[in-house]
Design a protein around this ligand. Sequence first.
Ligand code: NAP
Length: 292
Amino acid sequence: MKAIRIHSYGDASVLRLDDIPVPVPAAGQVLVKVAGTSFNPSEVGLRNGWLRGVFELALPYTPGWDLAGTVVHGAGNLAAGQAVVGRVDGGAAAEYAVADPALLVPAPVSVPLAHAAALPVAGVTAWQALFEHTGRDLRGAELFVNGAGGGIGGFAVQLGRRAGARVTATASARSADTVRRFGAAAVHDYSLGLPDARFDVVLNLVPTGDDLAALVRPGGVLVSVTNPFPAPAVHFVVRNRPADLAQLVALVDGGALDLDIAGVRGLAELPAVHLEAEAGTLRGKTIVTPGG
Ligand SMILES: NC(=O)c1ccc[n+]([C@@H]2O[C@H](COP(=O)([O-])OP(=O)(O)OC[C@H]3O[C@@H](n4cnc5c(N)ncnc54)[C@H](OP(=O)(O)O)[C@@H]3O)[C@@H](O)[C@H]2O)c1
């Protein structure tokens, strides 16, 4: 099968499209024919070695944490033919991937299967940020989403709005319309600096040196998924919780959550996607498909 693999730590040229054997599922694992994975920016850190120590790669390493596809060898409660989505520890940037069935949930039926790969990392991070780490009911809250044009941000704006918050979001011109369509009441162009306002909840999705704590009202909370801020701000790493993913799938199929698919690319294009991410030209979610 075709798979993209990281052969050593380094620039995007260490990603190569290889022909390798289809992986053999271990006892209790499923084999999935991949419809799509999605690019997540931490993949650049995995590739160039910035995340060594946290994630030591067994090289050559097949990236792809988001998996959407069809089970071809069933196990556990998943039979062959079931369309699934879930978060795996790499391996989805390939034609086939193995996975623990407990980490997979039935894929949404209302969107193309490959597009469902937008959900696991980005969607679940937005979900846990808002519904776990803010520690509060968002009804009536003023919510500020910094970095709403990105993969997590599109979900955060929609989920925050749905939970009853009034959302102010930062975006540049290329993302402003999408962010408004997702329910932001106000869009602030981040090239102008921080807004002159205060919020109950500030959700930071951008690596930044800005003093976002200054935007938090007394009694409010700052949650960051990138750099930590001094206490009492909250910083967290997303947990792989399929129950959260299943809630997102239900919202998608209920017409209550849109996927912000900015592009669908072939496996061979993954090095180019990394270069674009490093250049800051990606927005929304980019799907990578072996069929592309
Ligand atoms: N803690 C965790 O568990 C966890 C989990 C997943 C990801 N992360 C991290 O979370 C961050 C966001 O992930 P992501 O997938 O959403 O990233 P992403 O899709 O790569 O975000 C790209 C977006 O960032 C926006 N942006 C760039 N510079 C900005 C600035 N100065 N101010 C506001 N927005 C800016 C751009 O918006 P425009 O289009 O509007 O220009 C762009 O669309 C990454 O650093 C990622 O590594 C953490």
